[in-house]
Design a protein around this ligand. Structure first.
Ligand SMILES: *Cc1c(COP(=O)(O)O)cnc(C)c1O
Length: 415
């Protein structure tokens, strides 16, 4: 368990820990905006988490970062994977995950997703489908599916740093807690019922352990009342990461202790499924300053990455720390803003050393929900993604071009 505190695997990698020279070289070679993902840090995060939860299965919530190189890295380390759509499930198999290490969690699944999931389950026995509505169980049965089934339960407790990422108390996700046992028992006639699942939202921190405990203990209680016996109890992800340089790292040992304690005695295997914890601090977004404007209230620093490259600040009011790579000089309070014609297109207020046109800025904790949520709004091509691993560098996503942006557009032929 020393992995969690050892100097060569620190609990958090801060933005200041990235090498200026390396980031400069990458920006020069691959241009900006550019995502940089360090696969060695992904391995370290997985090792630390797996050490804190030695009896649990660790599933990576793929929606945080589906780059093939990231998935292959985690697969090789022994992780399992949690997929939010048929598309992600497909990518998990393409990255080499075996059927029994893949869970597909269907949220109001379009028919096309269920069709594909049933096909994938036939090719990859062991795939587990997690459903959050009785209706979805019927839709799987209609498609002839009789494989591994897990029920997503709405535990009635929520955690989270923002209302939009809190899902536990939201009726959209999972079946009501008090209907779960009877639904599972009836589903057991037609499916291989293997587990129950809950995910309370994102941002579990030291302060939020009360909610986490409550969720886990309710899941433990439910598992003990269910007949047939379950193979696993999945208590979700949402392990928080420090987005602000002054935020302490998550005390993983406390979370793990609280989880074991709250779960109580159980034959079933505990499953945890973090996304951001495994990849957030393994990534930065590099962006170049193109405009510096003195306004009466602030200095506006215009950069080439905007909400289309990283939407979390605009969408969730998230803080992402920003520093000027290699710059020194007087720190000035600035507003860092992107090139999108939209007032929410800003990365907030940051102290930057002597902001100058041409400066390279690094945006921290961009490895989770960064490229994944990128869009082409304003006809802006999505950034490139490079992965680094020790001294090696490789392109994981090439930079899009304007031709890519219009690639699906067709000249309308009227009928
Ligand atoms: C998003 C999600 C996760 C991962 O959340 P993180 O905050 O990235 O850890 C895990 N499970 C489910 C079902 C999710 O929807």
């Amino acid at each position: 368990m020393s992995a969690t505190v050892s100097a060569d695997n620190p609990p958090v990698r801060r933005l200041s820990d990235w090498s200026d020279a390396r980031l400069d070289d990458l920006a020069d070679e691959y241009d900006t905006p550019l995502y940089v993902i360090d696969l060695e840090r992904v391995r370290e995060n997985y090792a630390r988490l797996a050490a804190a939860f030695p009896d649990a299965d660790v599933h990576f919530a793929a929606k945080a970062n589906t780059s093939r190189a990231v998935l292959e890295t985690l697969e090789a380390e022994g992780a399992s994977i949690e997929c939010a759509s048929a598309g992600e499930t497909e990518r998990a198999f393409a990255a080499g995950f075996e059927g029994e290490r893949v869970h597909y969690t269907a949220v109001n699944p379009p028919g096309i997703d269920l069709d594909r999931a049933v096909e994938l389950a036939a090719d990859h026995p062991g795939l587990t489908v997690t459903v959050g509505a009785a209706d979805t169980i019927d839709r799987l049965a209609e498609r002839g599916y009789d494989g591994r089934l897990c029920l997503r339960v709405n535990p009635g407790v929520g955690a989270g740093h923002h209302e939009k990422v809190r899902t536990g108390a939201d009726a959209k996700f999972g079946v009501p807690y008090d209907r779960a046992a009877s639904l599972l028992e009836s589903a057991a006639d037609d499916f291989d019922v293997v587990g129950i699942h809950a995910h309370a939202g994102s941002g579990i921190s030291g302060d939020d352990l009360g909610n986490h405990r409550e969720l886990v203990s309710r899941m433990g209680e439910l598992a003990r009342t269910i007949d047939p016996d379950l193979e696993f109890v999945d208590v979700g992800g949402g392990f928080g990461v420090p987005y602000h340089p002054d935020d302490p790292p998550l005390d993983l040992e406390s979370v793990a202790d609280a989880t074991r304690d709250a779960l109580g005695d159980l034959d079933a295997t505990l499953v945890v499924e973090p996304g951001r914890y495994l990849v957030a601090d393994a990534g930065v977004l590099l962006t170049r300053v193109n405009t510096v404007k003195e306004a009466p209230e602030t200095t506006v620093v215009g950069v080439d990455a905007g909400m289309t490259a990283l939407v979390r600040p605009a969408l969730y009011d998230s803080y992402h720390h920003i520093r000027s790579v290699g710059a020194d000089g007087q720190a000035v309070e600035t507003t860092v803003a992107g090139p999108i014609c939209e007032s929410s297109d800003t990365f907030g207020t940051h102290l930057l050393a002597d902001p100058t046109r041409g400066d390279l800025l690094a945006v921290g904790n961009a490895g989770a929900y960064g490229y994944e949520m990128a869009s082409q709004y304003n006809s802006r091509p999505r950034p490139a993604v490079v992965v680094v691993d020790g001294d090696r560098t490789g392109v994981a996503h090439r930079r899009e071009t304007h031709a890519d942006v219009i690639a699906t557009e067709t000249e309308v032929t009227w009928e």
